[in-house]
Write a protein that binds this ligand. Structure first.
Ligand code: UT7
Length: 320
């Protein structure tokens, strides 16, 4: 039995349409200066009317499958992390299975852990491969946040964007995924949430609700701690991490985590400036970008982390 799960291929997709800070400032009381200074975001991508979490996931997944040099029917398990599924059921993973024409009846299911969804899905995939229950797992984060955001609420609409990222994990005798850590604390349930349509709703409650500055404080502290825990569990020190691939929620949160790791920002993969917060898609999109442009090289050590609604947070340490 192979001991490790290794990244065999990655992919990413961003919709064509760009919404700039000035576009938003034309609609609500904000400014490009405020958004750039407080978040690091200049623009974000917005899905078109014919796009969905599954359509974006399909494009990202086809790239990952091609990069891995496998056929869709070689996949043993499909996990999609999303908080913006096409349908409540069936899962977006089932819709993706149909779109990819995977006909081998492999299990396909969604994971809902908000912005940390990809890390949670990645952790599950790693367990499946380590236990010998799957050899090839497609892990996707895909989000259509623009339809979950109240575009009249300046506290939230400035942050979010749409997109999808995918990773094909494969069993290997060489590392691979070194460790994953995932945590949740439901005590924070009311600081960041999206009401469900199955509960009767007045109009303003149909959208993402967030107490941003409260989320910010807990995010910085929690990510600092999980980074420490991850290094300790792997008997590594900060200088042995080549790349940080963080969830892209706010450049100030990312910088705080980089500082904790004593990492220069050149070693941190940042996409936030042009993508905003794509929730569960942000980590695989950033990973894919840095692999494809040659920054992340085989053999390097990469720390991925995320924090979001729940609160739910996690990390994955890999030797690429
Ligand atoms: O991915 C999941 C996890 N999510 C996060 O990690 C998000 C974390 N939170 C954040 O990124 C930040 O809290 C925000 C970017 C959302 C807000 O930045 P902040 O520095 O925490 O601002 P704040 O909410 O404390 O508000 C400061 C001021 C307030 O005005 P007063 O009360 O000081 O007069 C707000 O009304 O900024 C005002 N404000 C804005 N002004 C211009 C809030 N949003 C805006 C805006 N434009 N868009």
């Amino acid at each position: 039995m192979s001991r490790f799960a290794r990244i065999a291929g990655t992919g990413g997709y961003l919709p064509d349409r760009v919404r700039t800070n000035d576009d938003i400032a034309a609609q609500v009381d904000t400014s490009d200066e405020w958004i750039v200074e407080r978040t690091g975001i200049r623009s974000r991508r917005i899905a078109g009317p014919d796009e969905s979490a599954s359509s974006m996931a399909e494009i990202a997944s086809r790239q990952a499958i091609e990069a891995a040099g496998i056929a869709p029917d070689d996949i043993d398990l499909i996990i999609v992390a999303t908080s913006s599924p096409d349908r409540v059921f069936p899962s977006t993973a089932c819709l993706l299975q149909q779109r990819l024409n995977v006909r081998n009846c492999c299990p396909a299911f969604d994971v809902q852990a908000a912005c940390s969804g990809f890390i949670f899905a990645f952790s599950i995939a790693d367990q499946y491969i380590r236990s010998g229950n799957a050899r090839r797992v497609l892990v996707v984060g895909s989000e259509l946040n623009s339809r979950l955001v109240d575009w009249t609420d300046r506290a939230t609409c400035i942050l979010f964007g749409d997109g999808a990222g995918a990773v094909l994990l494969e069993a290997s005798d060489e590392p691979g995924v070194l460790s994953t850590h995932i945590n949740s604390d439901g005590q924070y349930r009311d600081l960041l949430y999206l009401p469900n349509a199955s509960v009767s709703l007045d109009d303003e409650k149909r959208f993402i609700q967030m107490q941003g500055n409260e989320v910010f404080k807990v995010a910085v502290n929690t990510l600092g701690k999980i980074v420490d825990d991850t290094l300790a569990a792997n008997h590594l020190n900060q200088s042995e991490i080549d790349w940080l691939v963080p969830h892209q929620a706010n450049i100030r949160i990312i910088m705080a985590t980089a500082k904790k790791l004593k990492m220069p920002m050149e070693r941190v993969v940042c996409t936030i400036e042009t993508q905003g917060n794509t929730s569960s898609a942000s980590v695989p999109l950033a990973l894919n970008e840095a692999i494809r442009d040659g920054r992340i090289q085989r053999g390097q050590t990469v720390l991925m982390e995320a924090f979001g609604s729940g609160f739910a947070w996690g990390s994955a340490l890999i030797r690429y």
